[in-house]
Design a protein. Sequence first.
Length: 356
Amino acid sequence: MHFKHTSLPKEYQTYTGRKILINFVGLAVLGLVFVFSMTKGAVKIPVLDIFRVFLGRDVSDKYNIIIYNIRMPQALAAIAVGIGLSVCGVAMQSILRNPLGSPFTLGISHAAAFGAAFSVMFLGAGIMLSSTADAVKIINPYITSLSAFIFSLLAAAIIMIISRIRRASTEVIILTGVALAAFFTAATMFLQYFADDVQLAAMVFWTFGDLSRASWSELTFISIVVALSSVFFYRNRWNYNAIDCGEDTAKGLGVKVEGIRLYSMLLASLVTAVIMAFLGIIGFIGLVCPHIARRIIGNDHRFLIPFSCIVGGILLLTADTFARTFLSPHVLPVSILTAFCGVPVFLWLIVRGYKR
C-alpha cells in the first residue's frame, strides 16, 4: 500500500519557523550580554582583548586571571541559575495551572535556604568567615544540597497535598506559598538568634543571593543538576501542553498527570535546593522570565521552555552585571535587583486577576 506524502501546511511552517528564529535571536542576545559582562568591572577590559583571551592569544596575565578566575565563573553561574529557575517556573506554572507558580513565590526557595543554613550551622557543612567577599564557605556541598533538598521537598509536598484537596484554587495555593515562606523565614531567624556575632553576620550576608560566590567547582555542580533537569522538563513539553488544556483533557490524551506533577515538583525542588545551597536566595527569576517569554513566543512549551531558559540567562546576567557596576567599587547582591524587577510583575499579575 502506498501513502501519499503530504507536507506540513505553509502556515504551520511559518509559525514554527518564527518561533525557532526568536530562540536563535535570544541566543545571540545572550552571547552579546555574556561578552559585555566580561568587559565590565573594577578593571575595564576591551572587547578585542576578551576575544584574544578566549582564543588563547598572548594577552596580559592580569586579564587572564580576571576573566577565568573571577568574571567567567560568575557570568556562567548567572546563566546556569537563570536557566534553572526559569525552567522550574515554567514547569510549576503548568503542573499547578497557576500563573504565580515559581520556587520563590511558593516558598520552596525559603525552605531550601533554611535547609542550607541548618546544614552550615549544625551539620558542619560550611565554615564561617568574616570576609565580606565570602561570608560562608561550603566545604561539603553534598550535605548542604541534601539538607536544602529535604526541606524544599517538604515545602513542595505541602503545596501538592493542599493543591489536591478539593482542587484548591489559585488563591489558596499562593496563600500556602506565602505561609510557607513566612514559616521558613522565621525558622532561619530562629537559627540566627542562637548564633554568635560572626555567625549572625555571615548568615545574614549568605541569605542575600550573590553570584560572586560561584567558583568553577560550584558552577560545575549547579550546571550538571540544571542540565539534567532541563532535559527532563523539555522531554515532557507535550505533556505540559496537554495539562494546560485541563487535567481531564490531559488524562484523556493518555498523560499520567499525577506522575508528571510528582516528578516535576521533585526536580524543581532539587534544582532550587542546589542553587540556594551555594548562592543564597535569588527571587522572582522563576516567576518573571516565563511570563516575559510567554508574551514574546506564546504558550507552546516546545518553544516556551527553551526561550524561558534564554530569557532567564539574559535577565539574571544583565542584573548581575548591573549590580557589579552600579555602585562601583561597591558590589550589590544580585538578589536585590531581581526583587526590584520581580515585585512589580508579581503585583501586576495579582491586579490583573491571575489571568493566563
